[in-house]
Each structure stands twice: as C-alpha cells, then as structure tokens.
Ligand binder design. Sequence first.
Ligand code: NAP
Ligand code: MG
Length: 454
Amino acid sequence: MSTFSLLNPATEEVFASVPSLSLEETDAAIERAAVAFESWRQVSPGDRARLLRRFSEVVDSHLEELAMIEVENAGHTIGNARWEAGNVRDVLAYYAGAPERHMGKQIPVAGGINVTFHEPLGVVGIIVPWNFPMPIAGWGFVPALAAGNTVVLKPAEITPLTAMRLGELALEAGIPEGVFQVLTGKGSVVGWRFVTHEKVAKVCFTGSTEVGSKIMAGCADQIKRVTLELGGKSANVIFSDADLELAAARAPGGVFDNAGQDCCARSRILVQRDSYDRFLELLEPAVKGFVCGDPRDESTEMGPLVSAAQHEVVRSFVPDGAPIAFQGTCPEGPGFWFPPTVLAPVGRKDRAVTDEIFGPVVVVLPFEDEADAIAIANDTPYGLSGSIWTRDLGRALRVSRAIDSGNLSVNSHSSVRYWTPFGGFKQSGIGRELGPDALDAFSDVKNVFISTEE
Ligand code: NAP
Ligand code: MG
C-alpha cells in the first residue's frame, strides 16, 4: 500500500505517514457507503439525533487530543486548535437537534392533501482543504449525516490526521460502520472519484477556485449536486468616522489569524484617505506586536505556514523591492515561517491586491468616499467576507448591502458562527453551509399529493 509522509510545519520533521488510497480502495469505500445508506436512512429521527449527540460528547472528551494533533500536523496555534475541535463538538450538538425538526410542508390543495418530504440524497462526498481541517470537515459531514446521508470524506493530503481521528470517534460513539468514512489520499485520485462515481450523489468541496471550477464542470456530467466554498480577497473597509484605534488594533487578527491561510482573511485594508496616514501609524505597533512563534505556546497568535509549497507561494508576493511598509517578526531556522507583512503603497491592479495570497500579507489602499470604497471592495471576482468600520449606522447598512459578499461584519471581523449561514458570492462559491437550513443542501424536496376523492 502506498503511503504519504506528514511534516510538522513548525520543525519540518517527518512525524507520521498515512495510507494513500487507490482508485479500487476508493470505489470499495463508496460501495460500503451506498450499502450503509439503505439502513442509515431508516434510522428514526430520534435515534439519529441521539447518535449525533453522543458523537458530540465523544469529541468533547477528546478535545485536547484533537487540538494537539492539529498543532503538530497543521502548525495551528494551540488556542485556535482548541477552538476548532470545540467547533466540531458544537456543530454536532447543534445538528443533533435537526433530524426531528427537518420538517416538510402541508400545502392547501383541492381534492386531497399535499405534503412535502426532505429525502436524503445518498452518499455525499466531502473534500476538505488543509487550512481548517476540523471545522470544514464538520460543516460538511455533520448536516449531511443529520439529513440521513452517508459520507465519504477526503481530507487534504497533508493534513489528514484529525479527520481520521474523527472517523474513529464516530464509531466509538455508535455511528454504524460505513456511515462516515474518512478516505486519505490524493485529490486527483480519491477526490476526483467522488465527482465521477455514479453512487456519489453530491460533492461538497472547499478549496481553490481553480479546482472548484473543475469539480463543478465534472459534476455537470451526472447533474450531481455540488456545494463549493472557494477563495476570497476580502476587504476591511475603514471609514474616517470609525473608532480608528480599535479598527487598527483588530486589523491584524482579521488577516493574520491562522497565518492568513483563511478564505475569510481581510487581506485588503481600505482606509478613507484623510485617515490613511494616521491608520498606518496605529497599525504598525499592532502588526509588530502580533506574536508569531511556537504554536504550542499559549500566547502565540500565529504559527508557521502549512507547507514549503505554501511558503513559496506567499514569498512570491513579497519579492525583493516589494513595497513593505512594515513587518512583524517570526522565528528563524527550520519551519515554514513568514512574518506578518504590510504592503503599501500599492496600485489597485498589483498582483498582491488582486490575487488571493493565503498567507500573512496584507495590502493597504486609500479610498475617497463611500462610492469609491464600494467600487474597490467589489473590484474582485471573489465575494466571501469583509468588514466595515464606521459609527454611522445608516452607512454601515448601505455599505453592507452594496458589497457583493456572503458574510460581512460591522465593527468586527467575525464571520463564522455555526448557527448562521456561510458561503460565497461570485467566484467564492455556490450554496451555503451552516445555519438553520444546512440540511436542505443535503436533501431533495419530494412533493406528494394524496387524493381524498372516492
Ligand atoms: P486545492 O488544490 O483546491 O485542494 C483542496 C482539496 O481538494 C484538497 O483535499 C485536495 O486534495 C483536493 N483536490 C485537489 N485536486 C483535486 C481534484 N482534481 N479533484 C478532487 N479533489 C481535488 O487547494 P490547495 O492546492 O491545497 O491550495 C491552493 C490554493 O487554494 C491556496 O493557496 C489558496 O489560495 C486556496 N485555498 C482556499 C481554501 C478555502 O478555504 N477557500 C482552502 C485551501 C486553499 P490534495 O490535498 O490531495 O491535493
Ligand atoms: Mg492543489
């Protein structure tokens, strides 16, 4: 059996290896999922709910173990990794309440009754990237299972360990064999098989826009359902009437969290021109004070990048002679370290301004007025998240409505709560995850008319 070695991104040491599944092994797992579906869909809503609650409790009792695995495998800070494991627990607990509440409608008609049912789709394939291995897995597999589907999940090749552990914990919680399987291996082999295999009814993909576009095209062959969560180049728009001190203090967290490897990273800071210089003055100490270091240390705010390949990508955005306004610090020596970096002044069409960097690099641009801010914010094929800083409530609402983006926050950088919908406009994706309606994306509506005529 072929295997794949895993590196600790903070040390570059190989610490584990995992199986890389073949096409035949992938097919066998999909067949098992298809068989398991026939019985899983028959499990009563109350029993499915109980199993998901138990799964949540088992995750809770392994929180620290899961967090430590992520620190070693992905270089996440221990604080973030604990939050991420807790997010899987909470998503399980939230959707454990869903099977008994996934209600259809009774619609008035003449000559009988008309009711709708939400039918599960069958086998759902979930493809997860390396940036948030636990939460992104959970946002897919949990509502999929709650709706009565079985799941095959492919983690990113370089960060499979927490997903593999979650697969074991599911069995420990009593989720039947074959209902939730984690398949490790290559995207081009295991992931692509989800697209082409006729027994996979839906693909839920998070990752690059490039691969997402291929997945959507591939799914078209079988009119396969697809949800895509793709890249972003989100704007952090700061008006002169905002609390500038607070906006500057929070801006680093809004882009450098997870070393900037976040599809919601606010990687374009737009500042109203008359506050631009003052904002940069305030931003400098916040960036220089952003603590980058050993991810196992409780006070660390940012760890290394996930891989040498990602380090190479990020470095290409900061070549010699790049307009570095100021930079934070990071450890030297082994590890894929990159310091928090602020680029300014930059042109509106510079590559660092238009492309997703997926690293701790942010650009700062001035804007003239509300219309200009909206125009720059929307001048991107992406539309995932963004922030607006202002004390003017009317402006906050006008700009929120005008920015073409799925998840906005005002005077804050929070965008993901498991009980509110999450997803992208434009090339940031299609469909929504999380929130009260997540099960709808993992079921089809069936309409049944029952005649009462004699
Ligand atoms: P990616 O290639 O899109 O990978 C995401 C997932 O898709 C991984 O599990 C990957 O497996 C799998 N995959 C790759 N090719 C596939 C294919 N042909 N068919 C089915 N599945 C496939 O992303 P990446 O290469 O890791 O990162 C590249 C860039 O994408 C980043 O620099 C960033 O800009 C963006 N990105 C965005 C997000 C997001 O949350 N929106 C997340 C990650 C990356 P393997 O791991 O085996 O390749
Ligand atoms: Mg790739």
